[in-house]
Ligand binder design. Sequence first.
Ligand code: NAP
Length: 551
Amino acid sequence: MPQATQTKRAPVSGEFDVAIVGAGFGGMYMLHRLRGLGLSAIVFDVASGVGGTWYWNRYPGARCDVESMQYSYSFSEELQQEWQWTELFAAQPEILRYANFVADKLDLRRDMRFETRVTDAVFDETAHRWTVRTDRGDVVSARFCVMATGCLSAARMPDFPGLSSFKGKTYHTGYWPHEGVDFTGKRVGVIGTGSSAIQAIPVIAAQAAHVTVFQRTPNYSIPSRNGPMPEVYSQSWKGNYPALRAEARMARNGILANPNDVSAIATPEQERLAVYEDRWASGGTTFMAAFNDLITNKASNDTAAAFVRGKIKAIVKDPATAELLAPTNYPIGTKRICVDTDYYLTYNKPNVSLVDVKNTPIEAITPDGLRVGNEEYKFDAIVFATGFDAMTGALTKMGIVGRNGATLAAKWEAGPRTYLGLMTAGFPNMFMITGPGSPSVLSNMIVSIEQHVDWISDCLSHLSDRQIDCIEPALSAEDAWVRHVNEVADTTLYPSAASWYMGANIPGKPRVFMPYIGGVGAYRQKCDEIAAKGYEGFQMEGPVNAAVAAE
Ligand code: NAP
């Protein structure tokens, strides 16, 4: 869990143009752009440094599954030319080094306050300003608030009875100790089989005496085919970055995935299998771009799912374990596709076992381990790879209070409601970077972060040029956007899976498909059109011309 406050400093007070919550890739770039606009800003983050998700997720094997050459800022030619990635898919320490390299180059830290949790942000309707308070006694007044809080930042520990009774060590993948963990000779239980677990299990198994994996739902995982970065490959990107970045910004997921614009089911079987073999051999999430209808046509999806199940069964030697690892009850890709290095192979090791907790759930954590049904498993350490309160958790946990004293948590009780995933009605002057209702987690996050930060920066310039000091979406525009987000989701197979995209991993969380699946390029065009029409769907007020309404 987040570390205790360490560094002494005086509380911050006074007025800023913008308060930013979060010093990950969103908050860092937002600060840089605001400086360019001549606006004053302060950034708060619980972490002791920059990097956001890459600061916290230090579990063994943590690695990005977007190619390194595509997972970096594109706004500065100098940054993208100077930084050298060492692997095709960068590991967490290297991405964190990259975040620090950017922070150094842009001298970002002087406007950041770390080890500081924003406890509440309250909008003053008369002054059109936010008052932001922290657990370090900071109280700042800001015209605008930018929530750069990340989509997967509120780690979730299931409420198992007996948790505090465990005598060994417990870890959550999302809050991994900075000093690392030595599992040598230890009996380790891992709860969960999502992206984090799938990356961590092979690495932990290489060290531990025994690893027992508790699986509720199996995932489809594609080999990453990671390796050292070939210089020629790096140069092919660096030599052509402007064009490639422009293409990525308009691509469906913000990633150059070489999409095959052909239906799977309309393709003859042998040809189709050859395409899957090819994608499997080249590895990574672009497997889902093998055909154009894998997320919309169940029959097409079934062919991809069957192919991956076949691979799992070919790799895993014990038929019962292979059967358990092969997903059958949801379409491939509708829970976040995973990417691994030797995940399935790891189950062939004598020190790794798999326990199905689908029908007989984990009942309790005990002093010596955990209990499933009548069986007790004994461990020296338990790793919770149990995921996040995704997309909304970080926001609804903060005390965000908008007009009429209404809280964001109450407004979103039945699911998040936003206009473009950028703002929410009733909370003027509060922007979200990659908020629910935007492509966010369905995309290359850095591409989506840059798009949102650029849009917000342009919007702030627009307001400042017109001396408008208050902006907020019209409820009708928000309602229409929420309807559109749902309609587009319903044209796909996504809502059929009990995924964290749907809030299904959190007991009691409403089942709403949270990200926007209309595509990164289409979404960007929509945002640009709205801006070009004078921020259509937004209401504006200002002290100079209080009558300025939605243009
Ligand atoms: P996750 O995908 O939500 O996986 C959590 C796992 O814990 C699931 O297998 C879940 O089972 C299981 N679980 C939760 N509560 C449980 C309980 N009470 N009993 C038993 N099992 C339980 O979380 P994650 O693996 O941390 O990944 C979250 C997201 O972060 C990913 O989908 C991805 O977007 C991102 N991520 C990306 C990378 C990468 O770039 N390579 C790496 C890591 C994470 P159910 O499925 O049944 O709920």
